[in-house]
Design a protein around this ligand. Sequence first.
Ligand code: PEP
Length: 253
Amino acid sequence: MPKTKFPPLVAGNWKMNGTLASLEEIDKLKEHLKNADPACDIMICPPFTLLFPMSERLGDSRIAMGGQDCHWEVSGAHTGDVAAEMIAETGAAACIVGHSERRADHGETDEIVSRKAAAAHRAGLVAIICIGETIEEREAGKTLDVISTQLKGSVPSGSDAANTIIAYEPVWAIGTGHTPTTEQVAEVHAHIRKELAGIVGAEEAEGMRILYGGSVKPANAAELMSVENVNGALVGGASLKADDFFGIIKAYM
Ligand code: PEP
């Protein structure tokens, strides 16, 4: 079984949810972690508006913070966009790029995702690059081809196990309550590891974390996290409440 260079990561993606009042959940999560020592890294990716206040609230806790998207340029005439450097300035350690909701809602192509991941690297952020097939692609037997294409197109040169994390998120599992079988997860994660070797080299591919995302809940986390080549989770809905998110983190206790 490949040994990644880093501990597994449980990352929460708050999406377009959360106001200042939601930072109470950070306090609750910190409380949960007071007497716990899970064998994983922990991260929350709030909306841009909460990055600075969340950073303050996290203080010196072991919870890291990430952005949910970034522009590929450092600055300029891009109304509404945020540069990776701006995200890094908030104290964030990482940035999600290529989430399927951005690919679908904003027409982001693999090339755009690759440029965003490279921007995250430039700013000193870990790029969490999301890939995953639609239900139509799975039913047509195209899952592994889609994954290969997305990986080749979305992982920029210069990616390594320290600056890049892959998140496999079947589009049909996101926010639906449906999850793939453990066999399906194992098949795709093994394929990702193999394909990464051709992109970043065998050693970096062995060391790179591959997260599973899509309807991870306290009830299914331990089973999903025990699948070979699954090195953590990217969690949407269940990351909004500290009790649920901690229930997932418990898979590593
Ligand atoms: C996500 O959007 O990254 C995600 C995994 O969502 P959920 O956990 O709600 O399915």
